[in-house]
Design a protein around this ligand. Structure first.
Ligand SMILES: [Zn+2]
Length: 341
């Protein structure tokens, strides 16, 4: 079995959104410790060096005026891109490393140097719109990654699965009218940022290539696994992507202070196994995980550790969830999907 790559770095500690902010540097310290342990514990994982993203890479998904605005935040001790998206003097530089670190990972997996990989960076990215930072996010790393795969590695069909508890509005927006990227999201709804209703399914040529599964608060492993079995896995199967990217937010964990979901480490493991299995079948194994949210340190560490274990196994996903509680919602999403299947 090929090794797995991990990209993380102490540089991600330097983005300081303020003392009481939930998206705090300790999140990365926890994962630096974990990554160091797994890399030292054998030859299954290797830590890759990272690089900064360049302007042209940011421009794959962002306007140059917006990039200039974020760059200018490095002249201020504190700058608010929105009410909860706060920067310090280092934030722009750190955000360049977060994007570059993911692109570096994609290059390594594309070159088949590694079977798969996980970038653990901050700030997160999936809320960032083309010309607007929001929800702790400056640049949309996963969206830039998908475009980069198309531009640099000839990918034709990229699927992005987003299991963060919040809807990935920025990622959806980036590809809403584009059939070359399938965006799928499970999220608490209604909740921040307000988007992600079931009938948001894409526009124009992109109609049918956005899959939203809005879920009521309180859903746990049983509901998430039913959604994966009935909606997510079949949608990705039919799409036949040549690359699979995962916006892996762990704020859907039952201990998370921001989300109100009940997913456990085991649930994340089954979801990861399902996606890894899809990657083995459709993409030659090519799959990359990217950290988004996740604000309880122990839950974050244990969940990421579980996903890393899955990346080095070939265990089949066992969907033992009944999903009875959300049967109506699953039927509603499937009715929408039937228009496109
Ligand atoms: Zn989130």
């Amino acid at each position: 079995m090929p090794r797995s790559a991990i990209v993380t770095d102490p540089v991600f500690l330097k983005h300081e959104p303020g003392p009481y902010h939930p998206e705090h540097p300790q999140r990365i310290q926890t994962l630096l410790d974990l990554a160091g342990e797994v890399a030292a514990g054998g030859d299954r994982f290797e830590l890759l060096p990272l690089r900064a993203a360049v302007q042209a890479e940011l421009e794959l998904c962002h306007g140059s005026d917006y990039i200039d605005l974020v760059r200018s935040t490095s002249e201020h001790n504190r700058f608010a891109l929105d009410g909860d998206t706060i920067t310090c003097r280092d934030s722009f530089g750190v955000a360049l490393m977060a994007v570059g670190g993911f692109l570096q990972l994609l290059d390594a997996v594309a070159a088949a140097d590694y079977g798969n990989g996980f970038t653990m960076a901050r700030p997160p990215g999936h809320h960032a719109l083309r010309n607007r930072g929001m929800g702790f996010c400056l640049f949309n790393t996963v969206a830039i990654g998908a475009r980069y795969l198309q531009e640099k590695h000839g990918a034709r069909r990229v699927a992005i699965m987003d299991w963060d508890v919040h809807h990935g509005n920025g990622s959806q927006d980036a590809f809403y009218d584009d059939p070359s990227v399938l965006f799928l999201s499970t999220h608490q709804y209604p909740y921040y940022p307000g988007t992600g209703a079931a009938d948001e399914a894409g526009n124009g040529r992109g109609e049918g290539y956005t899959v939203n599964v809005p879920l009521p608060a309180g859903c746990g492993d049983a509901e998430y696994l039913a959604v994966f079995r009935d909606i997510i896995v079949p949608a990705i199967e039919r799409y036949e992507p040549d690359w699979l990217l995962v916006s892996a937010g762990f704020d859907s964990h039952r201990d998370d202070p921001l989300g109100a979901m009940g997913v456990t480490e085991r649930g994340f493991g089954v979801m990861a196994n399902a996606l890894l299995e899809l990657a083995r079948r459709h993409t030659g194994g090519k799959i990359a995980f990217l950290l988004e949210g996740g604000y309880d340190l122990a839950a974050l560490r244990n969940s990421v550790a579980t996903v890393l274990e899955c990346m080095q196994s070939e265990e089949a996903a066992s969907f033992d969830g009944s999903g009875e509680r959300i049967a109506t919602r699953i039927r509603e999403v499937l009715r929408i999907r039937e228009r496109y299947w």
